[in-house]
Design a protein around this ligand. Structure first.
Ligand SMILES: Cc1ncc(C[n+]2csc(CCOP(=O)(O)OP(=O)(O)O)c2C)c(N)n1
Length: 630
């Protein structure tokens, strides 16, 4: 390995730019000087001047040595081969060498570096981004502490089967790292902290190994069932000089997703074509525009109702959308990437029906956390990616459909269309209840928003279960990016950052991103609003401000009843009032355009219109609306 050079020409330049940087910092109102929380060094040796300076936030010192070709430059070259457009990070000294290379080395076309205020937000942003863009962005994480902060967001992405590409910095060599921060933030096996809910992790000890691991990690994350992956980037590998011989960067070759066994697919086609009342259920199934097209083709081939339970698996206004209407008892149910079909199977068997599952989820299960739910007694279980299997299933069905079956199916299709129309009509009627109420109804938010956005290329980027599913019930959704589903593992704190990440992905397509933002969720990590403002990420956020953790209010009220006591104290520990949180002020503090609180429904549409104008100009905006609980 070449030896580090003594500092020569770089000192003057460094000092000049460090001084300029310090002046710029000082010029910022209220800008902090400390880089990170840094307790005093522990251990037997007194801290060095450099260490003291680092840990007390004193002015940066020129380096005692120059490393002209650090390993981290090579790491950037590796990452560039992976088509990663963005990275989200809180800064941290465990990856300082890589950080510097990312911003300074090469042609600077490296991923746009998004500054985050919480590691959980960084990972949740990646989660939302991937569900829109169909590929991962990167989260760069600071040592064991950053990884612990990121942990819940990683679990959400894992349960949602979404690819997230993560690099965590580490000072691996106990002889090289300092006492204090560098030791406290390092570990022997960082991957172990989150291994129960990452698809793969590795900690390469050389640049050659890093290249291989980094490429392999991307491939693993993207192969269904997709999931988050983690590479530990040791500081020693990042910051030591490149070896004389540059390691090879392996070519990324993507894995074709697993499609179902052809005999099993033929068996499924036979059951579906001969069914009198088939039903298709889909959960985490569609990943692309083509996936959505295939779902429609399957439903139309079979004239079967399609119940989309999560994400945009089927157009909401398609006549086959729904569960067939009241009284439709399926005799053959097809579940596509449904996490838990146990309830379906039990109900189907009770009425003599059958259930077919096509899912890749079971191909990669971890033991500890129980997100896989109950064991499902399905009659035909095809362990394969649904989207990849669909072309074969559609083909097999088409081959079996006789003219007689076609006629019977068309009759069924006509009845299903009637049922679908009736359900949509009921939704419109239901939306009118409490239309003029204050606090404002969730149906009114969705109902008033629709005419304002329907002629735009829009994308609904937040979960909607806590918003009464009104966008789904009232809006015409027919593009795969128009709804991306929920948290994955139900972890709160996902909504705001995942919306920002999804809006980031939508930005380059010029789409209008819409987030109905619950208040409890926003308070987990509100700083992500600043990230959206700083990076000019256009996102319309409408606060569903019911001033509480309403889901939990309901649970506690129920428990009061179960314990046969009054519910008048159910607000304790569940309500967010006294004082009320001022989200307009909060959003403004983070640099957003904001209005509210709005409690008169007549003020809602004009405020949303004004916010949309701002979003269309390329910035995030937030409207605080005082809402009904659900
Ligand atoms: C990390 C995490 N902690 C706690 C919970 C339990 N929990 C489920 S729903 C909920 C309330 C969410 O409140 P908010 O986002 O305001 O939505 P609301 O129910 O009020 O519509 C909580 C705390 C959770 N799901 N995730």
């Amino acid at each position: 390995m070449p030896k580090p050079k003594k500092l020569a020409v770089g000192r003057r330049g460094f000092l000049k730019s460090a001084a300029a940087g310090a002046a710029a910092l000082a010029a910022q109102p209220q800008a902090g000087t400390a880089q990170e929380a840094a307790p005093a060094a522990r251990g037997t040796q007194p801290p060095s001047a450099t260490q003291l300076a680092r840990e007390t936030g004193a002015a940066p010192q020129p380096s005692a040595q120059i490393i002209e070709h650090p390993g981290s430059d090579f790491m950037v070259d590796v990452l560039k081969t992976l088509d990663i457009e963005y990275l989200a990070a809180n800064p941290g000294s465990t990856f300082e060498s890589l950080h510097e290379s990312l911003i300074n080395y090469g042609d600077n076309k490296m991923p746009e570096f998004l500054t985050c205020t919480h590691e959980e937000s960084a990972v949740a942003m990646c989660h939302g981004y991937a569900k829109i863009e169909g590929k991962p962005m990167m989260a760069l994480i600071h040592g064991d502490i950053g990884l612990q902060h990121a942990s819940m967001a990683i679990y959400n992405a894992y349960a949602d089967r979404v690819p997230v590409y993560m690099i965590v910095g580490n000072h691996a060599d106990g002889a090289e790292r300092t006492s204090g921060v560098q030791s406290m933030h390092s570990g022997n096996d960082l991957g172990a902290l989150v291994r129960d809910y990452t698809k793969w992790d590795d900690q390469p000890y050389s640049l050659g190994a890093f290249a291989e691991s980094a490429v392999r990690a991307y491939k693993i994350a993207m192969t269904p069932p997709q999931g988050p992956v983690l590479i530990v980037a040791h500081n020693e590998v990042q910051s030591h000089p490149m070896p004389g011989v540059r390691p090879r960067i392996p070519k990324l070759v993507m894995t074709a997703p697993p499609a179902g066994d052809m005999n099993a697919v033929a068996e499924a086609a036979k059951l579906l074509v001969n069914a009198e009342r088939p039903l298709i259920l889909a959960q985490r199934a569609v990943r692309s525009a083509n996936g959505l097209k295939l779902m429609v083709e399957l439903a139309e081939t079979l004239e079967a109702p399609f119940n989309s339970q999560e994400r945009m698996n089927f157009p909401t206004h398609h006549p086959l959308s729904g569960n067939g209407g009241a009284g439709y008892q399926s005799d053959v149910t097809l579940g596509l990437e449904v996490a838990d079909l146990s309830g379906e199977a039990r109900a189907a068997h009770a009425r003599g029906g059958k259930v077919i599952g096509i899912s890749a989820m079971g191909l990669d299960l971890k033991s500890n956390l129980q997100e896989f739910g109950h064991y499902a007694e399905v009659d035909l279980d095809i362990g394969a990616d649904a989207e990849a299997t669909l072309p074969y299933l559609i083909d097999a069905c088409k081959k079996l459909i006789t003219p007689d079956r076609r006629r019977a199916m068309q009759e069924r299709g006509a009845k299903l269309a009637d049922a679908h129309r009736a359900v949509r009509q009921q939704s419109v009627e239901a939306a009118s209840y409490g239309w003029d109420a204050s606090p404002i109804s969730l149906a009114r938010i969705a109902g008033e928003l629709w005419p304002l956005v329907k002629n735009e290329d829009w994308s609904f980027v937040s979960p909607q279960a806590f918003a009464g599913n009104w966008p789904n019930r009232l809006w015409k959704m027919d593009k795969h990016y128009q709804y991306i589903g929920g948290q994955g593992a139900g972890g709160m704190g996902y909504g705001a950052p995942a919306s920002v990440g999804a809006a980031l992905a939508n930005r380059k397509h010029g789409r209008l991103s819409i987030n109905i933002q619950t208040d409890g969720d926003l308070n987990y990590s509100p700083g992500v609003l600043w990230t959206a403002a700083h990076h000019r990420i256009p996102l319309l956020s409408i606060m569903h401000n019911n001033r509480g953790y309403h889901q939990e209010v309901m649970f506690i009220e129920q428990m009061c009843s179960t314990h046969n006591r009054g519910a008048d104290r159910a607000h304790i520990g569940t309500k967010l009032w006294d004082p009320n949180i001022d989200y307009t002020m909060m959003a403004k503090a983070y640099g957003l355009y904001a209005e509210g609180p709005i409690s008169d429904p007549k003020d809602l549409a004009p405020a949303m219109q004004r916010a949309i104008e701002r979003v269309k100009k390329g910035e995030p905006a937030l409207i605080d609306v005082i809402t009904q609980p659900r």
